[in-house]
Design a protein around this ligand. Structure first.
Ligand SMILES: [Zn+2]
Length: 172
């Protein structure tokens, strides 16, 4: 494994060991199980980290990250788990500005497996070429798709966009 990652894990352990509150939280989440109150579905982009963006810690957010925050079968299973087993009542589909997946869809790029993602984004955005508007449209359509797949869900599904420049999350 990359040295940076191994060193980072050591530092993380040191941090935990010197932080009683975090250590206690970790132990309590193991003993009592996780009860996250929100599911965030966002992009795999390395600049879009839900726990950082929302300033949250262990046990608070259940997360799905896929390029372009699209939903395929595996993601549907994860959402089902979040709803049925974790009893999560709020799902946030979080798009972001400067999204490489949306950029690729707007520019009609393709690839063997990436088409599973790009085809969905292309359908979701239609002929929109403005990438921010396309990202918003994509998030709106992913939200609609979740509502359609889980008609019995009694919580909220929200679409939002995170602006890389201002770090602001806005409902869309
Ligand atoms: Zn992205």
């Amino acid at each position: 494994m990359n040295e940076k990652l191994m060193k980072g894990n050591k530092e993380f352990i040191d941090t935990i060991n010197s932080n009683k509150e975090f250590k206690d939280l970790n132990e309590s989440l193991i003993a009592n199980g996780q009860h996250p109150y929100a599911l965030v579905i966002t992009c795999s982009d390395s600049r879009v980290i839900p726990e950082l963006i929302f300033n949250k810690t262990l046990g608070e957010i259940f997360v799905i990250r896929t390029a372009g925050n699209v939903i395929n079968d595996g993601e549907l299973g994860t959402i089902e788990y979040a709803i049925e087993h974790l009893k999560i009542k709020e799902i946030i589909v979080l798009a972001h500005t400067y999204c490489g997946a949306v950029h690729a869809a707007v520019h009609k790029e393709s690839g063997k497996y990436i088409n599973k993602i790009l085809d969905k984004i292309k359908t979701n955005i239609g002929s929109e070429t403005d990438e921010v508007k396309a990202s918003i449209l994509n998030a709106n359509k992913v939200k609609d798709y979740i509502l359609k797949q889980f008609p019995g869900f009694d919580g909220k599904v929200i679409s939002a966009i995170y602006d890389l420049k201002t770090n602001i999350v806005k409902k869309v």
